[in-house]
Ligand binder design. Structure first.
Ligand SMILES: [Mg+2]
Length: 271
């Protein structure tokens, strides 16, 4: 199992859905690092939110924000010389999504006919109670660059109508846990593919991909991987994926399942 890249969802997969802790999954990071297996975070979270997780876990790899909207690359990383990257927040980034302004413009244009609350427009207090976040974490969750989470207060039929209007404008509505996310026409899989292709070119290795996730918004990323891992959730069933690759469904939930799968599939060959 060499020349492997691990892509992972965060909430409910690497991180516990309630406590946001990575234990026991994080106990494997050093071994993975020793064997040169990068762990890439691929999440619906924002840049500052993922930066915080990376720092707390000592991760130095590129990472994907806002459901495949952009890949951030550290400036000292080997793929930083790739064409098409733009500087942002002290990193380089490859953008697959659209700007938050474009989404705001779209909502300003069509949004009058629908009932919803946009996350970035909520007062801090309301945002805190809706997300369960507190303090500076609220501001980090609201720091959207490429997507707008909407707390939907209208009918399913209206949601379908907004979804159709979004599609005709080159945007997408993605169903999340608490929110529906209005974003550009991209997903976690497209960002994963872009990064894997860049790494294959630079390192001249035929990298295989392991992807781990627990929800529907991970389905395309998982289906595109050589080793898809479905992380068990206490809140919902496994996402549906269509793939020829062997699928591993964890027995344990969250980071316990992450630890179980990586130990079983990757490390039994290495240790
Ligand atoms: Mg998740």
């Amino acid at each position: 199992m060499k020349d492997l890249i691990i892509f992972t969802d965060l909430d409910g997969s690497l991180l516990d859905a309630e406590t946001y802790r990575a234990s026991p999954a994080d106990s494997l990071f050093e071994t993975l690092n020793t064997h040169g297996i990068p762990v890439v975070f691929n999440s619906s979270k924002t840049f500052p939110e993922i930066l915080k997780v990376r720092r707390s876990l000592g991760n130095h790899q590129p990472f994907v924000v806002e459901n495949g909207s952009a890949v951030y690359v550290p400036i000292d990383h080997e793929i930083a010389g790739t064409n098409g990257l733009e500087p942002a927040h002290g990193y380089l980034r490859y953008v697959l999504g659209v700007s938050h302004q474009r989404i705001t413009d779209f909502l300003g244009w069509v949004g009058e006919g629908f009932k919803y609350s946009a996350l970035t427009q909520m007062p801090g207090q309301e945002c805190a109670s809706v997300t369960g976040l507190s303090g500076s974490d609220v501001l980090m969750a609201q720091a959207r660059e490429f997507s707008e989470p909407l707390l939907w207060r209208d009918s399913e039929a209206s949601l379908k109508k907004l979804s159709d209007m979004a599609l005709s404008e080159g945007l997408r509505l993605v169903m999340g846990g608490r929110f529906v996310h209005l974003m550009g026409d991209t997903d976690k899989k497209l960002a994963q593919r872009w990064l894997v292709n860049r790494m294959r070119l630079i390192y001249e290795k035929d990298y295989k991909v392991m992807a781990l996730g627990d929800s529907e918004n991970d389905a395309q990323m998982l289906a595109d991987a050589d080793h898809p891992v479905l992380i068990r959730s206490e809140k919902h069933g496994f996402p549906h994926i269509e793939t020829e690759s062997p699928v591993y469904r964890t027995k344990r939930t969250g980071p316990g399942g992450w630890h179980e799968a990586v130990r079983t599939i990757v490390l039994r060959e290495l240790i």
